[in-house]
Design a protein around this ligand. Structure first.
Ligand SMILES: Cc1cc2nc3c(=O)[nH]c(=O)nc-3n(C[C@H](O)[C@H](O)[C@H](O)COP(=O)(O)OP(=O)(O)OC[C@H]3O[C@@H](n4cnc5c(N)ncnc54)[C@H](O)[C@@H]3O)c2cc1C
Ligand code: SF4
Length: 329
């Protein structure tokens, strides 16, 4: 690993200033939340920062605050604290369950919500130093190579799947991301935070140079809201989702008033399925309707050579999760 200096800013404006100054001076800076992913990437020379800017010491960035219109969650909250927070568990179960499903207890104890959302892809080629689009190159090795775990929607020119479990939950909850940069703050809907490779092949989100994700705001939960996160793994040890689904339903007894369904593990961004959601509005959720919702959610999928199995798998996840959630009292 290359030698680097550590910076411990007192607040976010100072953090972005330090990142900017390093860049202007021709150095590289990296933002560290828990550092659980970043330090591994530095060891593997996937990033070679001259300065590591640690956000962990900044006070107040790891809290959940109830506010008019919902809750604000600081980006530095650990995934463990997020998954066990009483307000998050009671009102935003989908987010608590998604955070609880991440990796191992050790990683959840240090990994932060912002770091989870901003983690880089886990495509085998990228992580092993291949000079592909995500590494600043001009080709994708997965198209003709190993693509078992790659995208079936929204791919090209890179075919990564977005690796974060909390990201689909946040899009399903219609969260807003508060970003701090040199010229102040801006707020971006979760759905616009994640960007397709078509928009920018080298990045996974809308953060510009010298911007950091500060916190996430979630709207108030409506009466009758039920939510859940369902994740499929390829082995028993905790790892990234092969496919997953985040559901937020607003129910009136057994009738679904509205639904937001966001798939994980299928696309370079959390993948919302609005046509499938529309089928549910004003309907009683029966096994037949749930099967139809699953079919509609996967319409238009374009699997690669080795990942067609994701289509029936995701349909089944959608169908089963929907039936189970609608039946909950
Ligand atoms: C074995 C293993 C299994 C894993 N399994 C899963 C899994 O099942 N599900 C899942 O979702 N993830 C999984 N991960 C990824 C893991 O969740 C992330 O590594 C962790 O959440 C990152 O959090 P962190 O705070 O340590 O991030 P860091 O390592 O500090 O940062 C990660 C990235 O985000 C950037 N970043 C961090 N904070 C900010 C910020 N505030 N603003 C802008 N950029 C920022 C960093 O620059 C870096 O690029 C796994 C990782 C490993 C090693
Ligand atoms: S899928 Fe993306 S990360 Fe993987 S090889 Fe292709 S361009 Fe690189």
């Amino acid at each position: 690993m290359k030698a680097f200096t550590n910076a411990n800013p007192r607040d976010l404006p100072q953090a972005v200033k330090l990142a900017h100054e390093a860049r202007v001076a021709g150095h590289t800076a990296a933002i560290a939340g828990g550092g659980s992913d970043l330090l591994g990437m530095a060891k593997d020379h996937l990033v070679d920062p001259d300065v590591l800017i640690h956000l962990r010491g900044i006070k107040g960035l790891d809290r959940v605050t109830e506010q008019a219109g919902g809750a604000r969650i600081g980006g530095q909250i650990t995934l463990d604290a997020l998954s066990t927070h009483p307000l998050v568990r009671s009102r935003y179960a989908v987010l608590a369950e998604a955070a609880e499903s991440v990796a191992t207890p050790q990683i959840r104890n240090v990994g932060t919500l912002a770091g989870n959302v901003c983690q880089r892809p886990w495509c085998w080629y990228f992580r092993n130093g291949f000079p592909c689009y995500k590494a600043g190159g001009n080709q994708c090795f997965s198209v003709t190579g190993e693509n078992q775990f790659h995208a079936i929607f929204g791919g090209g020119p890179s075919f990564i799947v977005h690796p974060s479990d909390t990201a689909p939950a946040l899009v399903a909850l219609d969260a807003k991301f508060r970003i701090v940069g040199l010229s102040g703050e801006r707020v971006v809907p979760a759905a616009d935070f994640f960007v397709l490779p078509k928009q920018n092949a080298a990045r996974e989100n809308a953060l510009a140079d010298d911007e950091v994700l500060a916190s996430i705001e979630i709207p108030t939960s409506s009466a009758g809201m039920r939510s859940t996160y369902h994740k499929i793994l390829d082995r028993e040890a905790w790892t990234h989702a092969v496919v997953s689904a985040a559901f937020v339903l607003v129910m009136d007894k057994d009738v679904c008033r509205s639904a937001r369904i966001v798939l994980g593990g299928v696309a370079p961004i959390p993948w919302r399925v609005p046509e499938a959601e529309r089928l549910l509005a004003g309907q009683r959720v029966t096994p037949e309707l749930a099967a139809q919702v699953g079919e509609t959610a996967l319409a238009g999928a374009t699997p690669l050579r080795k990942n067609a199995y994701k289509v029936p798998l995701t349909k089944a996840v959608v169908r089963r999760t929907l039936v189970e959630l609608a039946a909950r009292a």
